[in-house]
Design a protein around this ligand. Structure first.
Ligand SMILES: [Zn+2]
Length: 287
């Protein structure tokens, strides 16, 4: 008799488990986790969302080694840590050193030999630093904020401590990549953390105060006025890219102000974007 291979957990079941568990370990809320079958796989030989929970490496290890009773896990699964607070347990990102950069689509905003007690804001929207770095007591601290279309913050990084709201459709953190989804194939934001000095915004939308910036592979698209930005590079400018108003009074590498708000035609903007993308595709030489 051949041994039955354990098939992988289907993605939709994984998402259901993540959502039900508040996107974190059910015991401690840590946003980095593994999938744990509460009923032993060897006995049930099935993947059912309600029978699977999330545990961080520490608690998974304790469970495997018999130091965390199965009953405790089942109990925690009924009332996951993160759902009690509505936010994930804060998680420290290990940024350090004096050279930092934000890679946003194919634009790069960097600061080298970053001075003590100063602030570098690679991306500012309406005067708010969406991404920021500062050095305090020799420590590099990352700041970040992302909003949904209702101007509600969905993710915050305060002094390198990451926290997210748990009422999202999906939040998936695999390796360095953190993805927020608002539905099937509907990415709100995808970030890649590359400590000690790089953060990448690779997909999704940057939203704030009615401004929408779409992140493409090789462009940024501002839906409000259908304008493209591509391949911007700034070095040692206190502000990299500033969009909206007020314009920061610190030296900004690139400024785009006077952006129209809520009244613009989003459908027409998307249509224009698709048309430009199709034209660009046609122009590319086929290999
Ligand atoms: Zn845990």
């Amino acid at each position: 008799m051949t041994k039955v291979q354990r098939p992988p957990i289907p993605p939709e079941i994984k998402r259901e488990v993540r959502k039900r568990c508040g996107f974190g370990c059910v015991i401690c809320g840590m946003p980095l986790y593994e999938y744990e079958h509460m009923l032993e796989w060897a006995e049930v030989k099935r993947h059912v969302a309600s029978e699977i929970t999330l545990l961080c490496r520490l608690h998974h290890g304790e469970k495997t080694n018999g130091l965390l009773p199965k009953e405790n896990v089942i109990e925690a699964n009924k009332n996951p840590f993160n759902l009690k607070a509505g936010v994930s347990k804060n998680h420290l990102l290990h940024y350090s050193g004096k050279n930092v950069q934000l890679v946003l689509a194919n634009s790069v905003f960097q600061f080298n030999d970053f001075p003590e007690n100063s602030f570098f804001a690679p991306l500012v929207v309406d005067g708010l630093a969406i991404v920021g770095f500062r050095v305090e007591d020799g420590k590099l601290l990352l700041q970040f904020i992302a909003f949904d279309e209702f101007n509600v913050p969905v993710l915050k990084i305060v002094d390198s401590e990451l926290i997210y709201r748990t009422e999202q459709w999906d939040i998936e953190w695999i390796g360095q990549k953190l993805t927020f989804r608002q539905g099937q194939r509907k990415i709100l934001l995808q970030l890649v953390f590359e400590p000690p000095h790089t953060i990448r915004m690779v997909k999704g939308r940057i939203l704030f105060n009615g401004i929408e910036l779409l992140i493409g592979a090789d462009f940024l698209f501002c839906s409000n006025n259908s304008s493209f930005f591509s391949g911007i590079s700034t070095t040692n400018c206190p502000v990299g890219l500033a969009i909206g108003d007020p314009v920061p009074n610190a030296g900004a590498g690139m400024v785009f102000s006077g952006i129209p708000r809520y009244g613009f035609d989003r459908k027409a903007a998307r249509k224009f974007l698709r048309k430009c993308q199709n034209e660009a595709r046609l122009k590319k030489p086929s290999i």
